[in-house]
Design a protein around this ligand. Structure first.
Ligand SMILES: *[C@@H]1O[C@H](CO)[C@@H](O)[C@H](O)[C@H]1NC(C)=O
Ligand SMILES: *[C@@H]1O[C@H](CO)[C@@H](O)[C@H](O)[C@H]1NC(C)=O
Ligand SMILES: *[C@@H]1O[C@H](CO)[C@@H](O)[C@H](O)[C@H]1NC(C)=O
Ligand SMILES: *[C@@H]1O[C@H](CO)[C@@H](O)[C@H](O)[C@H]1NC(C)=O
Length: 518
């Protein structure tokens, strides 16, 4: 895709003057160089985050949503195509179908073309394979491995520069990347981990291979002074019931915690900053209690060197504040059924209302506890899968190391592509579908008025959007949580404190409840 084309949607939709400026904006401080494969390259101060691709080779344009976009409607029943009810060419936005391969190829390709020269590395937080939602087409192990190999190959070749240097790519394992899903055993020489170590051998430093084959985690210096710890969240995941909780000191969860601790100590010794990544975010809903406890303990102890906790899995674009001590701050988000299976999480209107309203309560609580408590802020980026609209995120970090701020998270820009629009765009001459362009959804500086993205700034933001004065911003935040897919809902005034969000819920229940959190 040519640069011009990249901005096309903005011109058409006319809503994002920002987009045309954004990629050209170069940070002033680009003096620091880094050595990668023997080549000096200036630091760009940016990195890409992609997550939850969920590629589905069975996706069929024109199939019914009900069939997971796998089967066409019975001809005699549906003579006319009912708009919006059938699988679109590039995907079925706002529905619970997975990604057509053409969307995955196109997205990776166009993101790489636009960004590979403007970023330093890529974090890629799992779930490359489709969900197991169609009883008629169950997932096989071979199919799952196939998606993982495919996406790794796509990324590797897309993010290889003209000088043949491949940007550092940091993967981690998603709960749908293994077979059967969620269940990763803690045994020695787990064949699935051996398989991933083979697939990712270009991404995992040689010295880390042993750790990876043992536990599915590794550390990598993505630029000098900045290290990514790629966690294997499946050993902490409440739905993985083939391993014990972290309180079993001989189990894989406890071993993982031990590794994390030693890595954080080492990072402090080495005087580097750390980005923590994983698939399943650490929340009460998703982590086993003892694992969450250990995670919070380590995160607060090493908060001076950790610049961000980056996750995927939950699909909704949001952040959570977790804490050990105070009144179960960490428990917010799941006041009742903590033991819910994640796939069953959003089953009723009550659950959904609870998610948004408890998130708001969680933010509100920050004001009372922030001086007394060590609070950890964790981030969930939205998926490439068009559960809403496909997205990717460009993070920016401090490259000036003169002030000990090197590596500090400064900003991100959230990009999306409006598949409702692009599914309908056909070249009048060739009759071919036009390729979707990405546009800016929002950015933390312009939209949220944040000057940096330290934990403290997020806590300020949490206070702001949960306050009376922050009503408009809260609304914007909710729109972004669902990648601006539900205009009907957020177009009206949102009854924040009292009323449940019925309209939104109806839409949500019809469209996405099955996929949420799976
Ligand atoms: C800052 O960056 C320069 C250039 O890359 C490097 O030589 C120096 O060691 C760095 N200083 C710190 C404190 O990381
Ligand atoms: C990159 O690799 C290709 C294939 O191995 C080779 O033909 C080409 O000369 C290389 N380019 C550079 C700049 O090293
Ligand atoms: C997406 O495209 C549709 C169809 O063109 C349009 O109605 C809708 O407003 C767009 N949404 C966003 C968030 O741009
Ligand atoms: C943005 O933040 C600055 C302080 O960083 C503040 O002075 C200003 O009022 C804020 N603007 C808005 C619109 O909130």
């Amino acid at each position: 895709m040519k640069t011009d084309q990249w901005y096309l949607p903005c011109l058409i939709i006319g809503s994002c003057a920002v987009a045309a400026i954004e990629p050209q904006q170069h940070r002033q401080q680009q003096v620091f160089m880094h050595q990668q494969h023997g080549i000096d390259a200036p630091l760009q101060g940016r990195y890409l985050h992609i997550t939850d691709i969920h590629m589905d080779q069975h996706y069929l344009t024109g199939a019914t949503i009900k069939s997971d976009c796998h089967r066409e409607p019975k001809k005699h029943k549906h003579k006319k195509k009912k708009q919006g009810l059938l699988a679109g060419y590039w995907g079925a936005p706002g529905m619970d179908c997975d990604s057509p391969p053409r969307l995955v190829y196109h997205s990776i390709d166009s993101i790489a073309k636009e960004w590979k020269d403007k970023i330093d590395f890529i974090i890629w937080t799992g779930d490359n394979a489709r969900h197991d939602g169609d009883a008629l087409v169950t997932r096989t192990k071979k199919e799952i491995v196939g998606y993982n190999v495919k996406v790794a190959d796509l990324l590797r070749s897309a993010f290889t520069l003209d000088n043949n240097r491949t940007l550092p790519i940091v993967p981690c394992i998603g709960n749908n990347d293994i077979h059967p899903h969620n269940e990763l055993r803690g045994m020695k020489n787990n064949p699935q981990l051996l398989e991933f170590s083979e697939m990712w051998k270009d991404f995992i430093p040689e010295k880390q291979q042993k750790a990876f084959r043992k536990g599915g985690y590794f550390a990598v210096d993505v630029v000098p002074g900045l290290r990514v710890l790629s966690l294997n969240s499946l050993y902490f995941f409440g739905s993985n019931d083939v391993v014990n909780s972290c309180s079993d000191s001989t189990g894989p969860g406890a071993r993982h915690v031990k590794w994390m601790r030693s890595q954080l100590k080492k990072a402090r010794r080495d005087n580097v900053k750390v980005i923590i990544i994983g698939h399943v975010p650490p929340t009460v809903k998703t982590f086993k209690d003892s694992c969450l406890d250990d995670y919070i303990k380590l995160s607060t102890k090493f908060k001076d060197i950790i610049t961000g906790h980056m996750y995927g899995h939950s699909n909704m674009d949001h952040f959570q504040v977790i804490s050990r001590g105070f009144g179960n701050m960490a428990r917010i988000g799941s006041e009742d059924n903590e033991q819910d299976d994640e796939d069953d999480m959003v089953q009723s209107q009550k659950d959904t209302n609870r998610f948004i309203s408890t998130l708001r309560k969680q933010y509100k609580k920050v004001k009372k506890v922030r001086n007394a408590q060590d609070l950890v802020v964790i981030h969930v980026a939205p998926p490439m899968l068009p559960l809403f609209y496909p997205t990717f995120r460009i993070n920016e970090y401090q490259t000036d190391n003169s002030s000990n701020q090197f590596g500090q998270w400064l900003k991100y820009t959230q990009w999306f592509t409006n598949l409702t629009y692009w599914n309908e765009q056909i070249d009048p001459i060739t009759r071919k579908h036009l390729e979707p362009g990405f546009e800016v959804e929002y950015s933390t500086d312009k939209t949220y008025n944040m000057t940096d993205l330290t934990a403290e700034s997020w806590l300020d933001f949490a206070q702001k959007i949960s306050s009376k004065d922050g009503k408009d911003l809260w609304k914007t935040y909710l729109e972004n949580m669902f990648v601006k897919t539900n205009n009907d809902w957020y177009g009206q005034s949102v009854p924040i404190e009292t009323n449940p969000i019925y309209d939104w819920w109806n839409w949500f229940y019809d469209n996405v409840s099955n996929l949420m959190f799976s």
